[in-house]
Design a protein around this ligand. Sequence first.
Ligand SMILES: Nc1ncnc2c1ncn2[C@@H]1O[C@H](COP(=O)(O)OP(=O)(O)OP(=O)(O)O)[C@@H](O)[C@H]1O
Length: 252
Amino acid sequence: MKPVLQIQGLRKSYGNHEILKGVDLSVNKGEVIAVIGPSGTGKSTMLRCINFLEEPTSGTIWIGDEKVDSLPPKAKARTYHPQITKLRTRVGMVFQQFNLWPHKSVLENIIEGPVLLKKIPKEEAIVKAKHLLQLVKLADKADHYPASLSGGQQQRVAIARSLAMEPELMLFDEVTSALDPQLVGEVLEVMTKLAQDGMTMLVVTHEMKFAENVSSRVLFMDGGVIAEQGTPEQVFRNTENERTRRFLSSAL
Ligand SMILES: Nc1ncnc2c1ncn2[C@@H]1O[C@H](COP(=O)(O)OP(=O)(O)OP(=O)(O)O)[C@@H](O)[C@H]1O
């Protein structure tokens, strides 16, 4: 079966500053990949290239059969080019900030994408959204507005909103970093359930316990490359890579 995501030789520079220095990665259906590493090593940049929020400087990214760099240049990306909209429906992304629409209810936030972008009938989208709200344990909040919810609840709405597009791949970019510590667990619990249900996930995280206990593979990024990858057991318990060891001893 073709990988859900395939990256070859991905490079990304801002001006003279090269952030990604040749990333190769293949992700199969159902894999849960934790991406760990020191600050500023390009983890977010890699995710943002996958979803075409950033345009790669060079290299190739495939989502299934679709080549991301064959999309129109980024200048046009902002104008909701149909090819880009299609990519964004196939690849969901959840950010550190929840980015919910403040003037819309929880339910309206979730159905907006399916109704507007996928042209799903509103009634059908509502049924699906209610099901997703159960999954993220917010069934009683459908009519609430984001400002009345805690950060953890808003983030779970953001996850439900992404899932409503029925993506093949979900990208999580430090989704618990902006949360009060006591709210982190409820978001990780939802992500753990998604992982167990077979969602293909790429998770940039500083939550080492999640990386160790939930992921099927861990990528250690350092200096703009994947410096090491392996099972959680290999990376957390048996690494022979000095840089990984040093990072883990400061992160754990
Ligand atoms: N739009 C941009 N313009 C210029 N530099 C950028 C831009 N986006 C990111 N950078 C730089 O790229 C580098 C890598 O950033 P990135 O956010 O990918 O790192 P990261 O590994 O995800 O770090 P963290 O764990 O702190 O989020 C940083 O030095 C950052 O300042």
